[in-house]
Design a protein around this ligand. Structure first.
Ligand code: ZN
Length: 674
């Protein structure tokens, strides 16, 4: 539950502290198609790492690629049967280059790569192909038999017919993750975390029986398992070496073992050993032991996440999507997050919530700024800009959590946005634009730091409250809580006192962007007529609309018309902060008391519905700008240089690989499950 996704592509938010950018001519743009832009990120300081550290990053990058097929299979059960067919068509096509079908097919291929399957990574909707079924059938007819990975008892013709349905039938597997509480959210979701037979009621009943409400250190039930119905009985198919995804997990273990051989210290060796044990056994107690060791290792510079972690892909929020992050500490920028985490107790004690729900003792919130050096699984190509782990509440309370900000990723977003015309189109006036130019970069970073490092870590539940009590609204309300904590503190004089901000008005840049994004510009990510679905987007709209409505009487924030266009106008930033504090108190109360009804009322009233007129206006205005609403990344290629004996003497990074080449290489080198 604890990651922060980038808000919408914004305008030139430079001015401040883009310290890295080693190479002025670095080409951030890799590809663009449909609603997606693929960027490159630079890995500053890689060349100044020790050979041992470079080796470790390399081995971990291999482990990050080894699990790629897992996320494809988790996302939908047909993804790994479809991918080789699409890729064989893509590489073998010999028809006219200007054919409309072929162009549409290329776009579809790129979309499927980006989604790690047939669904959009963010909206969860199935991609709509713009090429014809006849084109697809004719291309499939040319492919050799070994491209078709049939199931037992399935003929190639049956598989072809099935794939045609998978690609072209809009009602079949329409949504990867459904959050529509009026339906059976499991049966309404195309995700392969459930086998398609088991119902929501059966799954809830299955886990309710396993859970002991008195257990103060519960395992993360269902985190590493597919739930199926076999012979009328609900069973877990656990992901581990000798279970589901075993062949991919074997490769991951191999590379983790290599990484262990060059670990920086004993603490790191110990947690890698635990992680390997967990991958071997699938035992979630071992995973908790690993998580504790990992959270407590704050000394190592090289660090990584590799496993079944975030549960956004599960309609019930239990099973973790497989993901990988490889990174190393950015020492200079970490001074900022250390200043924040070092004052964690102060922030907790001054939080505008019911004191009963404050944490009396904030434990070990460690925070650092990192340089991402490889992204994998669910974190690739679309990635987070901040992560806070582990997710288990009791581990966070007893052993602390690690919070990281991925600065080189944020920087790549910013650099790629220079001169895109966003501010000119959407920001109300020149002084506000100037404010954003001057302070949005740093306040956005601080927002991420505060959200991850303090927001998610703050507060506590009333005794006996189930941490899953908010059900399908849990993720939205948790993200809202963390955002509100960050927003509430951005104007606080404490930030100047601890030296992370130099201007008491800087926060206004983030406030303006937040309202603009939540009320208007994020709608660019949604098709006309649809609701807001994704948890972070729901949270942002919830906060922005709630503030707009509750500040109406005092005209704190308004939507105004100028020249026929709608703009966000903030009249009273101080009162806006008060409102944010009030909403924080209420959402903390909802979480602490497990008040499902109040939480659901808030979400339904503010987070879901969209004014169709405003929506259309935003889409039209965006259309003039050519700013894709979603962005992600290709990884650098690790070049391993060896001597005559095969010993590694150096590792360098190459940033020139194209998006299609990278995706085809991954399928060639890391197809582990089909
Ligand atoms: Zn978050």
């Amino acid at each position: 539950m604890k990651k922060i996704l980038p808000a919408l592509a914004l305008g030139p938010i430079m001015a401040i502290s883009l310290q890295a950018a080693e190479n002025k001519n670095f080409d951030y743009h890799a590809d663009q198609f449909a609603d997606i832009e693929v960027l490159r990120y630079e890995v500053p300081e890689f060349n100044s790492l020790s050979l041992q550290q470079k080796k470790m990053l390399y081995y971990l990058s291999q482990a990050a690629q080894a699990g790629r097929d897992i996320i494809w299979d988790q996302n939908c059960r047909y993804n790994l049967q479809l991918r080789p067919v699409l890729e064989a068509i893509y590489t073998g096509y010999d028809g006219p280059a200007d054919s409309a079908d072929w162009k549409a097919f290329q776009q579809y291929m790129k979309q499927v790569w980006f989604g790690n399957g047939i669904h959009h990574h963010y909206s969860n909707d199935k991609f709509t192909p713009a090429f014809s079924a006849d084109f697809f059938k004719a291309q499939m007819a040319k492919l050799p038999a070994d491209v078709f990975s049939t199931d037992e008892g399935q003929s190639i013709d049956e598989l072809k017919a099935l794939l045609e349905k998978v690609v072209f039938d809009p009602a079949f597997l329409a949504k990867k993750v459904s959050q529509d509480g009026s339906q059976d959210v499991i049966l309404a979701s195309a995700t392969n975390l459930y086998d398609g037979n088991v119902t929501q009621a059966e799954v809830e009943d299955y886990y309710a029986r396993l859970k002991d409400p008195a257990d103060e250190t519960p395992i993360s039930y269902g985190l590493n398992a597919r739930v199926a119905k076999v012979d009328g009985k609900v069973v877990e198919q656990v992901y581990h070496l000798n279970g589901l995804y075993g062949p991919a997990i074997a490769k991951i273990i191999y590379w983790l073992d290599m990484a262990k051989s060059v670990a920086e210290n004993d603490a790191q060796r110990e947690y890698i050993t635990k992680l390997i044990d967990y991958y071997i056994t699938g035992d979630l107690r071992t995973f908790d032991e690993y998580s504790i060791l990992w959270a407590e290792d704050t000394k190592s510079d090289v660090d990584f996440v590799n496993g079944f972690i975030e549960s956004y892909g599960d309609p019930l929020g239990m099973t973790g999507s497989w993901e990988a992050y490889v990174n190393f500490r950015n020492r200079e920028a970490s001074a900022r997050t250390e200043a924040i985490s070092g004052n964690a107790q102060w922030f907790e004690d001054h939080s505008p919530i019911n004191p009963a729900y404050r944490k009396p003792e904030v434990k070990g919130v460690s925070a650092k700024v990192i340089t991402a050096s490889f992204l994998g699984g669910d974190a690739f190509p679309s990635t987070a800009i901040g992560i806070n782990l582990p997710n288990a509440n009791w581990i966070r309370a007893a052993h602390g959590s690690k919070s990281v900000t991925l600065e080189n990723i944020t920087e790549a977003y910013a650099m790629a946005s220079i001169g895109n015309g966003f501010n000119e189109e959407f920001v109300i006036d020149a002084p506000t634009s100037k404010l954003l130019d001057d302070y949005l970069y740093i306040t956005d970073m601080l927002h991420t730091d505060l959200h991850e490092c303090l927001g998610h870590a703050s507060g506590r539940l009333a005794p006996g409250v189930d941490q899953d009590a908010l059900k399908e609204n849990g993720a939205t309300l948790e993200e809202a809580r963390a955002d509100l904590f960050a927003l509430y503190y951005l104007p606080d004089a404490k930030l100047q006192e601890i030296g992370v901000l130099d201007n008491p008005d800087a926060y206004k840049a983030e406030y303006y962007k937040y309202m603009l994004n939540g009320l208007m510009t994020q709608l660019n990510r949604i098709e006309l007529g649809k609701d807001v679905e994704e948890a972070h987007m729901r949270n942002r709209q919830l906060i922005a609309k709630w503030v707009l409505e509750h500040g109406k009487k005092d005209k704190v924030v308004e939507l105004v018309k100028r020249g026929g266009k709608t703009y966000v106008k903030i009249n009273d930033y101080k009162k806006m902060r008060d409102l944010l504090g009030q909403l924080l108190a209420e959402i903390q109360r909802i979480k602490s008391e497990g008040d499902y009804k109040a939480g659901n009322d808030l979400v339904q009233k503010y987070a879901v519905k969209i004014d169709p007129k405003l929506h259309k206006e935003v889409l039209d205005r965006y259309a003039t700008l050519n700013i894709p609403p979603y962005r992600g990344f290709v990884n650098p290629v690790y070049n391993v240089i060896t001597d005559d004996n095969g010993e590694i003497t150096d590792i360098t990074l190459d940033y020139t690989e194209s998006y299609p080449d990278q995706m085809l290489r991954l399928s060639r080198d890391f197809s582990t499950l089909r």
